[in-house]
Design a protein. Sequence first.
Length: 127
Amino acid sequence: MAEVAARHCVARACGFITDLGRLLNDEHSNSPQALLERSRKPGRSMGSFARALEDFFTHRGLALPTDQTERLAAGRRRCRIEAVPEPLRAAVSEFDLSRMRAQDRARRAGTRPRSNHTPGNGPGHPA
């Protein structure tokens, strides 16, 4: 908890301890990974309490990092797909799934996934 005290004011650190006590006393699992998942707030930000727990548990090898970045990216993709006109939405959704599968395959193979920008259509290039 020294890291929490160094990064946050006393009131916030005390609040984190209170929140942790509530999680430890509920009927769910008290494994570090379960505590970390239950501490997350819904929405774009997982919350400062969850970030503090993630830092503590992951630096000590007690839990895996959360998938917050992936969840945010999935939400952005979902919003973009929903903005596509209905007749094209299924095709765009299928294209997105195939692109995500290709990126996963590249990561597993240890190669670089294809970039989201191709030569000529990235920032600063005319369409």
